[in-house]
Design a protein around this ligand. Structure first.
Ligand code: UFG
Length: 343
């Protein structure tokens, strides 16, 4: 079968996608600079699938590294690009890092695809491109709003770059996937999310509080225009999300669509508030999460959730995990990290 290059493949969504690709029979090569992940992830992938993916430690902003990779693996036919910096707050302080990492990586890949006979690239985009949407649930036709962070801007610009390159006649296709809020871990608890330092995102903060690493979870605001006053998001199970990538890559490699570029929302279609999510976690695990209401976090969107109908119908993909199961998987992963002495 055609080989898939997974950039950022030891990261959170990348590692779950490598598992699903290997289970679907695709040979994989990962490139990752390990700037926000570690080598042990590869052991976890091997324990789940019985297959050790090929791994190249390297930086995708370096053209020479990538050229050598394509020369070493002439069977690469598809790319899934996860290699990017992803912390919204950090991007406000380090815009050059974000523009360099996220845009140079994409440009290098697009530049090398044609000459190396790669048929398609799946790109990780985000619901952040919709900003504060005028209506929920959000379809792919909703207007793109001006980005509120350099991180969000890299996603918008990347979508435009891909569109321009393909419209200019590039000999490959692209599927752009706009993720809502990916959460949870592999049910085996062999891989999951491992943020550096103090977590910025809700679920890792919540599970670290539940296990006692953090004293209290701060709920950012209860005065929003939502039923309980806390923000609403669409929390999508990371394994469900990973499966959509396998479908997308297969679609491109097997020419299942005439369109050279396609865009899909990946969400569940359910909006869940922060306070509701805490309740689901507590009920699913039986573990209490000490929390307090604090002020709003600057830059937060009030409410956003997906209309995933287009992905459901066209890709034949649907998020199937329950939120309770997803919360149990996040908790099992947190317990595994303790067992391993990681944190
Ligand atoms: N939240 C808290 N307390 C915390 C952390 C988060 O109450 O300690 C709340 C936030 O206010 C928000 C919700 O939990 O309402 C989710 O926050 P996250 O930080 O987990 O996720 P965001 O929705 O802010 O951001 C995510 C991704 C980004 C992506 C963005 C798109 O992390 O990469 O969605 O909207 F750009």
């Amino acid at each position: 079968m055609d080989r898939i290059l997974v950039t950022g493949g030891t990261g959170y969504i990348g590692s779950h996608t490598v598992v699903e690709l290997q289970q679907a029979g695709y040979p994989v090569v990962i490139i990752d600079d390990l700037s926000n992940s570690n080598r042990e992830v590869i052991d976890g992938i091997e324990r789940i699938t019985g297959i050790r993916p090929d791994f190249v430690e390297g930086d995708c902003t370096d053209m020479q590294t990538l050229s050598k990779l394509f020369a070493d693996y002439p069977d690469i036919k598809g790319i899934i690009n996860f290699a990017a910096s992803k912390a919204v707050g950090e991007s406000m302080h380090k815009p050059i890092l974000y523009y360099r990492n996220n845009l140079n990586t994409l440009l290098n890949l697009l530049d090398l695809m044609g000459p190396n006979g790669v048929k398609g690239i799946v790109f990780s985009s985000s619901c952040t491109v919709y900003g504060e949407p005028d209506e929920n649930p959000v379809t792919e036709k909703a207007p793109i709003k001006k980005a509120t962070s350099p991180y969000g801007n890299t996603k918008q610009i990347s979508e435009e770059i891909i569109t321009d390159v393909i419209n200019a006649g590039a000999p490959f296709k692209s599927v752009i996937l706009r993720y809502f809020n990916p959460v949870g871990a592999h049910p085996s608890a062999e891989i999951g999310e491992l943020p550096n330092g103090v977590p910025q995102n809700l679920i890792p903060y919540l599970t670290q509080t539940a296990i006692g690493i953090r004293q209290e979870l701060s709920v950012f605001g209860n005065d929003y225009d939502t039923p309980d006053g806390s923000c609403i998001r669409d929390y999508i199970n990371v394994v469900d999300l990973a499966k959509a990538h396998v479908i997308a890559v297969k679609r491109m490699l097997e020419n299942k669509s005439d369109a050279k570029i396609e865009i899909f929302n990946l969400g569940t279609g359910n909006g869940v508030s922060v306070l509701e999510l805490i309740n689901v976690f507590e009920e699913a695990t039986g573990v209490k999460v000490p929390h307090k209401i604090v002020g709003r976090r600057a830059g937060d969107i009030e409410k956003v959730w997906a209309n995933p109908t287009y992905a459901n119908e066209v890709l034949g993909w649907k998020a199937t995990s329950t939120l309770a199961d997803t919360m149990r998987s996040a908790w099992a992963w947190q317990l595994k990290l303790r067992e391993r002495g990681v944190m």
